[in-house]
Design a protein around this ligand. Structure first.
Ligand code: PMP
Length: 344
């Protein structure tokens, strides 16, 4: 961080160095010490600031990008926001192809940050010309002097976390981390962080979090792509219907699957128990902890780090809307009390 007396040259100087915050209540029934790496403290409010800055600066170093050029990406919102933010500071145009599954808030935010946004249908296959992958590819071909970040297939995504998130966690835990639990979307966060941590201590156990409806966990176990695993689900940014090369499956020990419903309730519980207003995938990662805890995964001396990738404000029309929760049927089967807005 380049700063003097807390005065910074621009927002980019605040990327990284996010706090590790002890979770005091939510997992207290389990053995072990639980810490959240709270990525919403990045200036763009998510872990994606790290990869946006790193990948763009690597392209600048290689002489691929110069001011006025266009940066293109497919994104569930967070990466787009981060690229838009970096683009503003560095003088690039930002063009984003986003999934229709992304919340309206996220899309409005991207536009506010100066990005040109193309909304593409969520439930078509990756090779369909309407998919956000194909739209981004086409735009990359059409726009002269453009760079396609391609986060799912860009190994610099892994490097960004290898160089920042991993070392930060190692230092913050004074090398005492025993478990890393993180959601896997592109897989960049978990792969880069895990690679660094395992180089320091091969015994650190790395647990990925996947969604029901995603192929990632099955692929990790069989190294085969099983189409039968794929069906629609609601959590944005978690799991995938393809195998990203930005995931290094070799540094991940196991995957845990979580449901949309339980993850939503757990996200709400994080706010109510820890005072942390975080995103849906933070709820998913915490839900994985709850499941692992019930199975007796942790012991008293363990230091478990959970990545909370983004901020809750991006989900006001979803997980933090009682109306949305009701529409999903999430209040019917499990938590009637929540429907009445009674304390969890
Ligand atoms: N949570 C959210 C909200 C995300 O947008 C993403 C990225 N798609 C992830 C988690 C997963 O991070 P990664 O892509 O590094 O696996």
């Amino acid at each position: 961080m380049k700063h003097k007396n807390q005065v910074f040259d621009n927002v980019l100087d605040l990327i990284g160095h996010t706090p590790l915050i002890k979770l005091n209540k939510i997992a207290s029934k389990f053995k072990g010490n639980f810490y959240a790496k709270v990525e919403s403290f990045n200036p763009g409010h998510s872990s994606k600031d790290r990869i946006a800055l790193y990948i763009i600066e690597q392209a600048e170093k290689k002489g691929i990008l110069s001011p006025g050029d266009t940066i293109i990406e497919t994104t569930s919102g967070n990466t787009g926001f981060s690229i838009a933010m970096v683009s503003i500071i560095k003088g690039y145009d930002c063009v984003l192809a986003v999934s229709s599954k992304s919340s309206a808030d996220k899309i409005d935010m991207l536009k506010t940050m100066g990005a040109k946004v193309y909304v593409c249908p969520a439930h078509v296959s990756a090779d369909d010309p309407r998919s956000y992958y194909q739209v981004a590819k086409r735009l990359h071909e059409e726009i002269k002097g453009s760079v396609y970040i391609n986060q799912y297939f860009n190994e610099l995504n892994i490097d960004a976390h290898y160089k920042s998130t991993g070392p930060e966690i190692w230092k913050q835990t004074e090398g005492k981390i025993t478990h890393l639990v993180a959601c896997s979307g592109t897989g960049g966060t978990i792969s880069g962080t895990a690679k660094y941590l395992k180089e320091q201590n091969p015994n650190v156990k790395v647990i990925g979090v996947d969604a029901f409806g995603s192929v990632i966990k099955k692929y990790h176990e069989t190294r085969e792509f099983d189409e039968k695993e794929i069906y629609p689900y609601r959590i944005e940014g978690l799991g995938k219907n393809l195998i990203p090369t930005a995931t290094n499956f070799d540094v991940i020990d196991e995957f845990v699957k979580v449901t949309d419903e339980e993850s939503a309730h757990t996200a709400r519980l994080i706010a109510k128990s820890e005072g942390m207003f975080v995103g849906y995938t933070s709820g998913a990662a915490m839900q994985a902890i709850m499941q692992l805890g019930e199975l007796g995964e942790f012991k008293e001396s363990d230091n478990i780090v959970i990545i909370f990738p983004d901020h809750g404000s991006r989900y006001m029309s979803k997980v933090y809307s009682d109306k949305w929760m009701n529409e999903q049927g999430f209040f019917d089967s499990k938590n009637e009390a929540a429907a009445q807005n009674i304390q969890y």
